[in-house]
Design a protein around this ligand. Structure first.
Ligand code: ADP
Ligand code: MG
Length: 618
């Protein structure tokens, strides 16, 4: 076969240009990327050799860096898996990944960030063109002919058969004149230490006929903790996660005994892009006896800890373990339980000792952790202690424990209010009576809070109760001696209301929870909250209880007193609907007939401005 010239895929060209352009002042990362590819290739070979041990024959797996000052080239050589012709075209000529577009969109213009993105989106190979005016790749798989690939990164590449003795890949960089510094042994030594020291296989510099191993060549996590500095952990974190920021915290454990494994868990600072996607990939990397088995082994961590990054290296799992095998495996279950415990330990430690950092964590990942209350009965207690909420006590977030320390002696329950936004919550009429009593109320604005509160009926023996529910306990909190007298005075009005608003409310009653507003809606004692009913409706699901809300009135409010005095049926009906509709709005709901509401408001305004305010006079 002869030499064939092929065009890069259009998207590839675009990525190439961006990579070269945006990383110009971080040139050195090309070495990290190419070494990381060589290391991946060795891991892949190691993995294939599990089934075919004969593949491993010959030299031990390693990576060589060969600077050649005379030729002006730097070669990165590995004896890993290699590529056949199709693979070369697929991997180096196209970007088949759907991630490419996302990558292009994600480029921020911030070079430090963009540098990491390049690793994250798997366009690492092209970073070679930052320093090279021409790149040649010579590669061979054990079972195929050798292939040679050449390109100047401008728009096309050449591909041809190439006789190569041994398995593996050689990437030859023809360095630009201004980038000859990457031929200096000192520079290469320094860069390997900076970026690749933690790799589990030797990186050998071949220079002046001498061989020098530049790294520790021990998998990072197998090194004794006493030997590892914070910078080392951070560098390994970046390698593992492709994050550009430091990790917030980590936990490194070696377990020996009847179960033998090492776990290294990291808590990132930054949320990945897919955190709230429907089926976000999650879990940690799995190694078996140092051999990389899979990324994101979901069985090793529950979805509510999907923000954790890290790895597990097990000595007990079989090397041929598959995703299917991970399910219902006793060893995996035990490791998972331990990882959950260690993640919670880490979070508790942060909350106790670095509350500001914990608050930052909470802002980024709190909503995810909350899912644990719903999904993990066994950990509910521990997670509940880690929850943080806004409250009426101030602007700071509070834990349930510290809420309890502020409870009034006679206060029976931990009160909360759910709403779509914080300002809607703070202005909710439902708070009025509680505010008057000096009771603190937690303000919950995440959608998931509806489920969290229904799975957390109590905390430390204290009930959690919604201030927007008709639960008797909430009601009796606010005692009014005049209640009985007021009730008989309003008996008639309440019955009329129930008729006029039939189909919209289950009943109408007087309330002591209001001090300023005329009316509010509350959920029936056994019904779901009104907000939950709305969320279900939006999701196209039926309200399983199908219950209507209760309209509560503030008997002391002038508008409600007017209602009582309204003799004219149509005036009564207008005012009743207005009170109902504004209660719906105040509670964050949507009106069934907004136009009718507007019409009535306008009528009222006109009458108010003009001579005869009919509605109010009845
Ligand atoms: P990523 O490493 O994230 O997949 P890269 O752009 O760095 O993206 O590499 C693209 C692909 O090229 C790799 O996935 C791999 O299949 C192939 N490749 C690159 N370098 C080598 C190598 N040294 N040996 C074998 N395959 C390689
Ligand atoms: Mg790569």
């Amino acid at each position: 076969m002869t030499t064939e010239t092929r065009e890069f895929q259009a998207e590839t060209r675009q990525v190439l240009r961006l990579v070269i352009h945006s990383l110009y002042s971080h040139k050195e990362i090309f070495l990290r990327e190419l070494i990381s590819n060589a290391s991946d290739a060795c891991e892949k070979l190691r993995f294939e050799a599990l089934a075919k041990p004969e593949l491993l024959g010959g030299d031990a797996l390693h990576i060589e860096l060969i600077p050649d000052a005379a030729a002006g080239t730097l070669t990165i050589r590995d004896n890993g898996i290699g590529m056949n012709r199709d693979e070369v075209i697929e991997n180096l000529g196209t970007i088949a990944r759907s991630g490419t577009k996302k990558f292009l969109e994600a480029l921020s213009g911030n070079e430090a960030k963009d540098t990491q993105l390049i690793g994250q989106f798997g366009v690492g190979f092209y970073s070679a063109f930052i320093v090279a005016e021409k790149v040649s790749v010579l590669t061979k798989r054990t079972d195929a002919e050798g292939v040679r690939w050449d390109s100047d990164g401008e728009g096309a590449y050449e591909i041809q058969p190439h006789h190569k003795e041994s398995r593996g890949t050689e990437v030859i960089l023809h360095l630009r004149t201004e980038d000859k510094e990457f031929l200096q042994p000192e520079r290469l030594r320094h860069l390997v230490q900076k970026y690749s020291d933690h790799l589990g296989l030797p990186i050998v510099l071949i220079h002046d006929g001498k061989e020098e191993t530049l790294n520790q060549a021990r998998a990072f996590w197998t090194r004794p903790k006493s030997e590892l500095k914070d910078e080392d952990y951070q560098a390994f974190y970046k390698h593992l996660s492709h994050d550009w920021e430091d990790a917030r915290a980590w936990a490194h454990h070696k377990v020996e005994g009847n179960l033998e494994y090492t776990s290294l868990l990291y808590l990132p600072k930054r949320a990945p892009m897919d955190l709230f996607e429907r089926d976000p990939a999650h879990g940690v990397q799995l190694y078996v006896k140092r051999v990389f088995i899979m990324d994101k082994a979901a069985e090793l961590l529950p979805p509510w800890l999907r923000f954790m990054r890290g790895l597990v290296d097990s000595a007990d799992l079989p090397l041929n373990v598959s995703r299917e095998l991970l399910q219902n495996n006793r060893t995996v279950e035990k490791i998972r339980a331990a990882l959950v415990k260690r993640s919670l330990d880490l979070l508790e430690d942060l909350a106790a000792n670095k509350p500001e950092e914990y608050a930052e964590f909470w802002k980024t990942f709190g909503t995810v952790l909350k899912e644990g209350v719903i999904e993990d009965e066994g950990q509910k207690e521990r997670i509940a202690r880690l929850l943080r909420f806004q409250s009426t006590a101030g602007d700071a977030m509070t834990s349930l424990e510290s809420y309890i320390t502020r409870m009034k002696p006679e206060q029976k329950a931990i009160y909360f209010l759910t709403a779509d936004t914080l300002s809607a919550a703070r202005n909710s009429p439902h708070l009025e009576g509680f505010r008057a009593k000096g009771y603190e109320v937690l303000l919950l604005t995440d959608r998931v809070d509806e489920w969290v509160t229904s799975h957390l009926p109590e905390f430390e023996g204290k009930k959690l109760e919604s201030v927007a529910s008709a639960a008797a306990d909430v009601e009796s909190v606010i005692d009014t001696p005049e209640k009985a007298a007021e009730e008989s005075a309003y008996k008639d009005t309440l019955e009329r209301l129930q008729k006029v608003l039939a189909g919209k409310i289950a009943s109408a009653k007087l309330s002591a929870r209001l001090t300023e507003s005329p009316a509010c809606l509350v959920a029936g004692e056994h019904g779901i909250s009104l907000r939950m009913a709305r969320i279900l409706k939006q999701a196209g699901q039926a309200n399983p209880f199908g219950t209507l809300p209760i309209l509560e009135l503030n008997g002391g409010h002038p508008l409600v007193q007017r209602l009582k005095e309204a003799a004219d049926e149509s005036a009564f009906s207008d005012l009743a609907h207005l009170l109902h509709d504004q209660a719906v709005l105040a509670e964050g709901g949507q009106l069934e007939d907004p136009a009718a509401f507007v019409k009535q408001i306008n009528k009222l305004m006109l009458e108010g401005l003009g001579s005869k305010p009919k509605i109010l006079l009845g």
